[in-house]
Design a protein around this ligand. Structure first.
Ligand SMILES: [Zn+2]
Length: 61
């Protein structure tokens, strides 16, 4: 997982749980960069799979 803002790469587990203290909506799946604090919504699994496939094609020589 990579921060869109600063480019810092981190594991999804490392991301700061944004909604832990949120009283209204829990598990809204926001991801927060541990480096710069930028928040964005987590990608759904199907989107990840598409990206992984694309990356594999790009890596292949
Ligand atoms: Zn960042």
């Amino acid at each position: 997982m990579k921060c869109n803002l600063c480019g810092y790469e981190f594991d999804e587990k490392e991301s700061i749980p944004v909604c832990q203290s949120c009283p209204l909506v829990k598990n809204c799946k926001l991801i927060r960069c541990p480096n710069c604090g930028y928040e964005w919504p987590a990608e759904p699994d199907w989107l990840k799979k598409i990206k992984e496939r694309r990356n594999r094609k790009n890596v292949k020589r």
